[in-house]
Design a protein around this ligand. Structure first.
Ligand SMILES: Cc1cc2nc3c(=O)[nH]c(=O)nc-3n(C[C@H](O)[C@H](O)[C@H](O)COP(=O)(O)OP(=O)(O)OC[C@H]3O[C@@H](n4cnc5c(N)ncnc54)[C@H](O)[C@@H]3O)c2cc1C
Length: 422
């Protein structure tokens, strides 16, 4: 989505991947301080060896994606059903500001010169950490981040179910699991039947290919530190799925239980690579966004209708579109529709791809979808859809101007090009 490329003429790219040190592990207060160029893969390996996790363990691209990228994109990933997005687990950052002096500031409890080691995000003023989370790098350059850590659960397991073709069922079972077992359920996802079929006909999920699956699939991950709690969580999951039309796959990966691979064997960093590359010669124009969970069935209906209306135009441009490759359940009745279009990767198709992609994004913004990894394309589509009333846009631009008086960082995102322009 054009997050890290210069948008206007003459821009530069800053590569932070050599700033990859783990600065301190604060076991007593449960956090780790890292330089923002470290990858999720490197950090998770370090923490797992010491019996810890970050809860949500970064995006599917986590073997190469950095902590700075995850925080700037408000990334979600496996673990998010229980722990929320990465940003919710960040309690402070060190930032180089794009002002003439290049001031370096620290947010959260670390802002106080009397605090020896960071331990809290809140207090002593507004939540300034939040200004630099989900900002797609427009507000400052994060050099260090303080992330919460949790004991690595002793017991973890993944279950995979084929479920009825009924989004209301998915909403109901998710609400029930989160009400009864929010402490034990770390992941809930839905893969719609059209995508399951696509995977079954290709090599993306090999065990499903052998089974030729055609029904929607839900994956559930559970975790606990105590065997009795673990058994209780497993019982609750199986009670909620003991419904007509539901079949459990497994228990082994070979028998189709891919939740076992994704949740327990770090398949989270392989799963999405297959998904993103499902059509050879194409590239992903992602349309990932969040909606309230109760709204999900309606979103599928209107979104599929929109695709049908556009079908002729899409097929002329060799564009394929899915409402969701997967739906990721978040805490508190929110879900993430991880969807996208697949554009033909030819220079002469660029303009058409961009037009169709932005059109789709504006359509989603207008039904109330909230996008979170923005970059050039998605941030601009939000503005083009007039999501913000003028007073909010002014506020947003005023904040940007205060931090970045010359609009040095990522000019063009959100269609903000210079301090003067209205
Ligand atoms: C195969 C694949 C799977 C993916 N899976 C998921 C997923 O499961 N969930 C999800 O949410 N997303 C997913 N994504 C998108 C994901 O959010 C990004 O890939 C990832 O967070 C980007 O990290 P990065 O280090 O590559 O950042 P970049 O792409 O380099 O940068 C991302 C943005 O952050 C800014 N930025 C980066 N570092 C800093 C910093 N230190 N200070 C200030 N700004 C900075 C950049 O300017 C840019 O706007 C996936 C992408 C791919 C390609």
């Amino acid at each position: 989505m054009g997050g890290s490329k210069p948008i206007v003429e003459g821009g530069i790219v800053i590569d932070l991947t050599r700033m990859n040190r783990i600065v301190e592990l604060n076991e007593d207060v449960g956090n780790v301080v890292v330089e923002c160029g470290i990858t999720w893969g490197e950090l998770i390996e370090f923490l797992h060896k010491r019996g810890y996790t970050t809860g949500v363990e970064g995006p599917g691209s986590g073997m190469s994606a950095t902590i700075g990228g995850g925080l700037s994109n408000n990334t979600i990933g496996f673990g998010s059903t229980k722990y929320g997005p990465c940003s919710e687990n960040c309690i402070g950052v060190e930032v180089v500001l794009p002002n003439p002096d290049g001031d370096v500031i620290v947010t959260g409890s670390g802002a106080s010169q009397y605090v020896k080691r960071p331990f809290s995000r809140w207090g002593m003023g507004p939540d300034f950490t939040g200004l630099f989370l989900g900002d797609v790098g427009t507000m400052g350059i994060k050099t260090k981040a303080v992330l919460k850590i949790y004991p690595l659960p002793e017991y973890r397991e993944g279950f995979t179910f084929t479920v009825p073709e009924d989004y209301e069922f998915v909403v109901k079972v998710t609400h029930a699991l989160q009400r009864r077992c929010s402490w034990g359920v770390s992941d809930i996802t839905l893969t719609p039947s059209a995508v399951v079929m696509l995977y079954s006909l290709t090599d993306v999920i090999k065990p499903w290919k052998d089974m030729l699956l055609m029904k929607p699939v839900m994956m559930v991950g559970i975790e606990a530190d105590d065997e009795r709690m673990f058994e209780l969580a497993s019982d609750i999951v199986h009670e909620e799925f003991a419904k007509p039309g539901v079949t459990e796959l497994g228990p082994t990966l070979k028998e189709g239980n891919i939740a076992e691979w994704v949740g327990r064997k770090q398949g989270q960093w392989q799963y999405f690579h297959g998904v993103f590359g499902v059509l050879p010669g194409h590239f992903s124009c992602t349309t990932c966004h969040k909606v309230p969970l109760n709204q999900m069935p309606e979103v599928f209906r209107t979104s599929d209708e929109h695709t049908l209306q556009k079908l002729e135009e899409y097929s002329r441009a060799y564009v394929a579109s899915v409402t969701a490759a997967v739906v990721y359940m978040m805490p508190r009745g929110e879900c993430v529709i991880v969807g996208g279009m697949s554009g033909w990767n030819k220079p002469e198709m660029r303009e058409t791809n961009l037009k169709l992609w932005k059109e789709r994004l504006r359509f989603q913004v207008k039904y109330g979808g909230v996008h979170y990894w923005l970059g050039e394309v998605i941030s601009q589509a939000i503005m083009e859809a007039n999501a913000f009333p003028p007073k909010f846009t002014k506020f947003f631009k005023d904040v940007k101007r205060t931090l970045d008086p010359n609009f040095l960082l990522s000019p063009g995102k959100f269609h903000f090009y210079s301090a003067e322009e209205e």
